[in-house]
Design a protein around this ligand. Structure first.
Ligand code: ZN
Length: 108
């Protein structure tokens, strides 16, 4: 069973370490098995592309590389603060994430 990450696709996050420390951005993809997330504009790396039919000249293009999920903190959409998350059981028995600062539920 894959690990469940505290972050999900579409979350706004604060970057806690690395060259993009302090930056706020959005999660593009989460990789629960790897404990990593891909965050828009964060940890850009240069990829050397071979010439293809689409891009005959090949060359270098920049793309995001995944970073460890532990290096990001979710920004609460309600209070706009970076926060740790609480787990909350809903009336239908499902678990939801909640902001530890304002108590509002995060995501669906
Ligand atoms: Zn909050």
């Amino acid at each position: 069973m894959p690990n469940k990450l505290h972050v999900r696709k579409g979350d706004r996050v604060l970057i806690l370490s690395g060259k993009d420390k302090g930056r706020k951005s959005r999660v593009i993809t989460a990789f629960p098995r790897k404990n990593k997330v891909l965050v828009e504009g964060v940890n850009m790396v240069k990829k050397h592309a071979r010439p293809t039919q689409k891009v005959p000249q090949g060359g270098i293009r920049e793309t995001e590389a995944p970073i460890y999920a532990s290096k990001v903190m979710v920004i609460c959409p309600s209070c706009q603060k970076p926060t740790r998350l609480a787990r909350r059981e809903l009336s239908d028995g499902k678990m939801a994430r909640a902001c530890k600062k304002c108590g509002e539920l995060i995501g669906k």
